[in-house]
Write a protein that binds this ligand. Sequence first.
Ligand code: ATP
Ligand code: LTN
Length: 327
Amino acid sequence: MKKVLTGLQPTGSLTLGNYIGAIKQMIKYQEEYETYIFIADMHAITIPQDPEKLSNNIRDLIAIYLACGIDPNKNIIFLQSDNVYHSNVSWVLECNTPYGVLGRMTQFKDKSQKHQNFMAGLLTYPILMAADILIYDVDGIPVGKDQKQHVELARDIAENFNKRYKVDFFKIPEPIIPEETGKIGDLIDPSKKMSKSADNPKGTIYLLDDLEVIRKKIMGATTDSEMLIKYDIENKPGISNLMAIYHEVTNMSIKEIEEKYKGANYGTFKKDVADAVVNYIAPIQERYKQIINSNQIEEILAKGKEITTEIAKKKYEELKNIIGLHI
Ligand code: ATP
Ligand code: LTN
């Protein structure tokens, strides 16, 4: 059976972009593949985090996974920091990754500018991500477009390692990125990705936003003056972004949306997008409220820790043998 894996950082409340880029894909794959979904809490601490907030965000994120429809009976759900082998494998990979490639990562360039006196972990972040992936011999990594470069680096690290040690040890994974929705744009500045840590919250739809707030954010989204509902990401990024969102929450194709709204004005379209998004998110919020205070979360993480530790320990022991870390 094919295997897929993804991780999300507990750096704040989840956005519609995160949902579409990663979670929605996993919900599809859980039906036919072996699926691993984890909380990348060790990645979160590459930038400063308040310990109490971080801990609450971790719990929250598990509850959101479940509320969105990630089924604990069909997925292996775990906390990255619960599995000590991720950092062990990561160290070995650090010693097999040229220093120079790390500074060229787009995310590093962005985040190192944003955070003064950043720590070394921000630079080595993609190596830990490679470890997360390569431990499990997975085929695919469902992510948003912003993570493509990191998955490609994981592939390079795996290929170079296999070559250097003349082994077929690490499986080479493929990024899986939704075509039109791999980068949901910010509602105010659609050239930027919708982000958890955006400076202006009006551009970001958080899954736990008040429903009326979501409606207002969509009605206030930046469009253009052409009054034409057509998918053209270059010249009409705002409208194209709303179309991509509408496509995801209604399952209508982009073509069908263009047909339906021929001649319609932006106000009518935005109202329909707002209704569709609100109807989509409302049941997720209802389920979230039931789950957040239940003790399911502890049980799920304990099971995930046990299963993934066993897999990762075996991979790490084999890795040590290959590189000579044994007597
Ligand atoms: P931050 O803003 O703190 O960097 P983020 O919103 O990018 O956070 P992550 O936890 O880094 O969130 O990403 C989780 C997943 O969501 C990743 O697979 C990422 O590619 C995807 N993702 C994030 N933003 C978007 C977006 N706007 N459109 C599509 N996918 C996205
Ligand atoms: N870097 C990713 C989170 C992440 C991840 C992974 C995603 C950490 N390890 C392994 C896929 C596979 C992010 O910031 N979204």
